[in-house]
Design a protein around this ligand. Structure first.
Ligand code: SAH
Length: 213
């Protein structure tokens, strides 16, 4: 698959649509204008890539809706050089958005087939997260903590304590919490022991799977 002017045109329209839904951060919108989402999807879905919808990827997972990616990223308020942990790499599209914003990205995926596929894809495309780990996101990445931002891209039944403890003071956790549908939570660590919590709308994600081992 290639990236063509036609794709670029459709991306501009998608970014305009995402902006019309309320996303204001210019860098986030530029990421949507720039990153070739169709290359992150299976060829059967390629021509749907610039609709504002989630689509199936491997291992029964989905690539998140562009608006949702933009919304979560905007909540994180990333500055260049920030250390960001992503839970649920999936297709890698959100990872690419974080890299576009010049974050140092650490990302975790727990489906082996998807991990392998996306790892090869990152190499092919030249996307370079600091670390891409096959593992359980409930545990975060303690050896790399603390983080300026942590982004969970699957619906969590609860807020994992490990993730709270891996935030810097002033750091932010963006996490959808709930079973059938999820409330987007923005949790800011205001001091060693204090966390501020804001509810930011209702979304629908695939579940953040608990480790069965
Ligand atoms: N950011 C991705 C979203 C993929 S959907 C994208 O836009 O493509 C959510 C992803 O979270 C899936 O790939 C799923 O396999 C992964 N996931 C689910 N439970 C997990 C866990 N406990 N740890 C890490 N990843 C998990």
């Amino acid at each position: 698959m290639k990236d063509t002017l036609k794709h670029k045109g459709k991306r501009n329209q998608l970014a305009d649509l995402v902006a019309s839904k309320g996303i204001k951060n210019a860098d986030v919108l530029e990421a949507i204008r720039t990153i070739p989402r169709h290359l992150f999807m299976d060829s059967g879905f390629e021509h749907h890539a610039y609709q504002d919808k989630a689509f199936p990827i491997a291992a029964d997972q989905t690539i998140s809706q562009p608006y949702t990616v933009a919304y979560q990223t905007e909540l994180l308020q990333i500055k260049p050089g920030d250390k960001v942990l992503e839970i649920g790499t999936g297709s890698g599209y959100q990872t690419a958005v974080l890299l576009f914003l010049k974050a140092k990205v650490y990302t975790v995926e727990r489906q082996l087939s998807l991990f392998k596929k996306t790892k090869l894809f990152f190499e092919k495309m030249g996307y370079r997260p600091k670390r891409f780990v096959f593992g359980d996101g409930y545990k975060g990445m303690p050896e790399e903590a603390p983080f300026d931002g942590i982004l969970v891209t699957a619906g969590a039944p609860r807020v994992p304590k490990a993730l709270l403890s891996q935030l810097k003071i002033g750091g932010r956790l963006v996490i959808p919490v709930g079973e059938d549908s999820q409330t987007m939570l923005l949790i800011t660590r205001s001091s060693e022991k204090e966390f501020e919590r804001r509810e930011c709308g209702t979304f629908r994600f695939v579940p953040l799977l608990e480790d069965k081992n």
